[in-house]
Write a protein that binds this ligand. Structure first.
Ligand SMILES: Nc1nc2c(ncn2[C@@H]2O[C@H](COP(=O)(O)OP(=O)(O)OP(=O)(O)O)[C@@H](O)[C@H]2O)c(=O)[nH]1
Ligand SMILES: [Mg+2]
Length: 267
């Protein structure tokens, strides 16, 4: 937090979450922004907007997060959210192979149509369902965090209908033995290899246990160039993905900063 040049300035970073319905996008955001998890989320309608700060050694990155709806009927809205985004988190569910295919389609679309320097992270969520490899063993459905689902400052409220894919039953994973990995449909190696080819950051994570969630956002933050008005985006970050995009609430919709100051930020 030391900064020789005076007060630490926050770099604003527009980040969009994309992925098939029910893979856990909103849950990852909820974990990141308020360190909470809800077993009974409602599908996002339209998109939700939240902010959260991430403190790095020498600067603060303020994420302006657009959590999009995964249902197919909302697909056409996505460009509105990824336009000018500096970062994207493309989520799939490691217990559902088809969701990786959908994630790949999102990556393609981003690489064709989003900011050319966008930092993209591929995230295989629901790691808790498959094994103890995350340090969080398969857990039976425990305490539904009965907080109000109002974590999201929704652009439009959530609702269940239509093509909402019901979440995979998180029931049988409690078998206790090491047979739990049978739920896994996407191997880490396969996804990792794809991520390398496509030049993506890659994490397996669990919104439920919190495994790798703050690491994910921290890594993204590190890959965002420090954009000061005086110097252009300089060489920074790790993976060769750079971004000089301007961010900020696009389209004038600013639904607040409800998550600021809550626990569970990335740093
Ligand atoms: N076991 C487990 N369940 C999860 C995890 N993340 C999300 N879920 C559950 O998966 C279901 C869908 O989660 P959401 O966060 O609403 O999924 P989404 O991707 O935002 O869905 P849409 O808004 O419809 O696109 C909910 O029942 C969550 O509780 C996780 O890491 N582990
Ligand atoms: Mg959602």
């Amino acid at each position: 937090m030391s900064n020789e040049d005076g007060p630490v300035k926050a770099t604003q970073v527009k980040l969009v979450l994309l992925g098939e319905a029910a893979v856990g996008k909103s849950s990852l955001v909820m974990r990141f922004c308020s360190n909470d998890f809800n077993e009974n989320t409602s599908p996002t309608i339209g998109a939700a907007f939240l902010t959260q700060k991430c403190r790095l050694e020498n600067r603060i990155v303020k994420f302006e997060i657009w959590d999009t709806a995964g249902q197919e009927r909302f697909h056409s809205l996505a460009p509105m959210y990824y336009r000018n985004a500096a970062a994207a988190v493309v989520v799939y569910d490691i217990t559902k192979a088809s969701s990786l295919e959908k994630a790949k389609a999102w990556v393609k679309e981003l690489q064709r149509q989003a900011n050319p320097n966008i930092v993209i992270a591929l995230v295989g969520n629901k790691l808790d369902l498959v094994s103890d490899e995350s340090g969080a063993s398969v857990a039976p459905k425990s305490k539904p965090a009965a907080e109000e689902p109002a974590n999201e400052a929704e652009e439009s409220e959530t609702d269940a209908e239509d093509d909402a894919t019901p979440p995979p039953p998180a029931t049988t994973a409690a078998a206790g033995d090491d047979s739990s990995d049978s739920l896994r449909q996407v191997s880490k190696e396969e996804a990792d290899e794809y991520a390398k080819e496509a030049k993506l950051l890659f994490f397996e994570a669990s919104a439920k246990t919190g495994a790798n969630v703050s690491e994910l956002f921290t890594e993204i933050a590190k890959n965002i160039p420090d954009e000061t008005p005086t110097k252009p985006a300089a060489a920074q970050g790790q993976a060769g993905r750079r971004n000089g995009a301007r961010q900020g609430a696009d389209s004038g919709v600013d639904l607040g900063e409800r998550q600021q100051g809550k626990k569970g930020g990335c740093c």
